[in-house]
Design a protein around this ligand. Structure first.
Ligand code: PLP
Length: 450
């Protein structure tokens, strides 16, 4: 039914949709030969994607796929309004950020207006990693200290400082051995498989932070700041325990540190109920970092903070990004915001996300391998386990399920430190029909085996 909703050349030409695209293996080989770092390949027959439309992707053979892992292209693929705005701006001007340009000022204004009161100062950059590096520099400059707290199993980027606070071993197996001494990771409040599972108390996770801070106090080490996502992203969107951020923010601020909310993945309406992830916890951070969906795939990121924190950077260093917030980037950013608003995509993330979550919960009732369904809005995780008591991760099974889903026209990848979670983060324009298609295909794979 879904294929009929979204006709592809395959349907029109009667192409054999089940045949693996022949170019893909050769393309992968070419890619591996010239890419500096081999890319992870999750599939037996990775497709060669040629174009996209809304939440759909099409390979060179015209085979259609549902894109369930795209946390970047939030307004959907091939959006005509975005193409028109970018084309127009490219033909007018694109240049570095030294020149005064109306779209850049307007974009900064719009971003500041979306942030909580007081966070009215915006740096424009090109990626989430850059945004987090800059946020850490702000923490250093503002506090005069170096020490940062971050959560175990988190991912914040690949640049020097953001990589240092990233401790996800799925993204970087060396994360825990190569960490510099100014980073202190604390137990991540993963209420599903974390160390205080079953004990059910927020206090245990907050207590872990208290203990770490006491250790630092005893050593006379002052604190620069704390960085985390408002839901535990790496494991497929596990909400932090209620009150967690409020308690931790209070302790960090009492020591002169600043609180950074990494909204690169969870911000911009993806969680459905709120525009920003930290709103789920009822807190206001000192610094917000944002990227990914902000540019719908175009390199664009931002750091939003208070004037006094931004000014601290002036005292200690220099900030200039040649292309950060260029006229084209700013027009992309403005158009994405317009589309989000006009197409009510945050609301769509909430309603379609709630529906999809119900469908997935129903699968958890039927199939013991579905250990839990995490997340909210269009940021969901399906965690596969071999045993619901021991939570032994079903890693190989998850890889096989993804491969089988690909055969059925769904693009999905394993994630989490055990690669046993389907992390669902489609474009926010995902239709209810597409959500049903995904749930139907997952049910089919779980029924048939993989
Ligand atoms: N922060 C989070 C939570 C992320 O998920 C990512 C990327 O996956 C980043 C930061 C880094 O963003 P980028 O890849 O744009 O540098």
């Amino acid at each position: 039914a879904w294929r009929r909703l979204c006709p592809s050349p395959a349907d029109v030409l009667g192409f054999d949709c089940d045949a693996p695209p022949p170019q893909a293996a050769a393309l992968l080989e070419r890619r591996q030969r010239h890419f500096a770092r081999p890319q992870k390949n999750y599939y037996r027959n990775p497709p060669e994607i040629e174009r996209g439309w809304k939440e759909h992707l099409f390979d060179v053979e015209g085979r259609a796929y549902l894109d369930m892992v795209n946390n970047v292209t939030i307004v959907g693929h091939g959006h005509p309004r975005l193409s028109a705005a970018v084309g127009r701006q490219w033909s007018l001007l694109n240049t570095n950020s030294r020149f005064h340009y109306a779209a850049v000022a307007e974009f900064s204004e719009r971003i500041a207006a979306l942030a909580p009161e007081g966070l009215d100062t915006v740096f424009l950059v090109n990626s989430g990693s850059e945004a987090n590096d800059l946020a850490i520099r702000l923490a250093w400059a503002h506090s005069g200290a170096r020490t940062m707290l971050s959560l175990l199993e988190a991912y914040h980027g690949w640049t020097v400082a953001s990589d240092a606070v990233s401790t996800s071993i799925a993204d970087n197996p060396q994360a825990l051995t190569t960490r510099p001494d100014w980073v202190h990771p604390v137990v991540s409040p993963n209420t599903y498989r974390g160390p205080y599972r079953g004990q059910g108390s927020t206090g245990d996770y907050v207590g872990a932070v208290t203990t770490k801070l006491k250790e630092l106090d005893e050593k006379g080490e002052s604190l620069a700041g704390f960085i985390c996502e408002a839901v535990y992203g790496n494991a497929g969107g596990i909400p932090l325990p209620p009150g967690y951020l409020e308690a931790v923010y209070q302790m960090v601020r009492a020591r002169g540190g600043i609180c950074i909310a990494d909204e690169v993945q969870v911000g911009y309406g993806r969680l459905g109920h709120h525009f920003w992830g930290f709103e789920e916890q009822g807190v206001v951070p000192d610094v917000i970092t944002v990227a990914k969906g902000m540019g719908n795939g175009h390199p664009l990121g931002a750091v939003i903070t208070r004037r006094e924190i931004a000014d601290a950077l002036e005292k200690e260093g220099y900030f200039f990004s040649s292309s950060g917030g260029s006229p084209v980037s700013s027009v992309v950013g403005l158009t994405v915001l317009d589309i989000l608003h006009d197409e009510a995509l945050q609301e769509n993330a909430r309603t379609v996300g709630d529906h999809l979550r119900d469908r997935l919960q129903a699968l958890a009732q039927r199939f013991p391998i579905v250990g839990a369904v995490h997340g909210m809005g269009l940021y969901l995780g399906v965690e596969f386990v071999r045993d619901r008591e021991t939570l032994e991760p079903a890693t190989e099974e998850t890889a096989a399920i993804c491969d089988r889903l690909l055969d059925l026209g769904v693009i999905m990848q394993p994630t989490g430190d055990h690669l046993n979670v389907l992390k669902i983060k489609p474009p926010l324009c995902l239709s209810r029909e597409s959500a049903d298609f995904f749930a139907d295909m997952l049910a089919r794979v779980l029924e048939e085996g993989w």
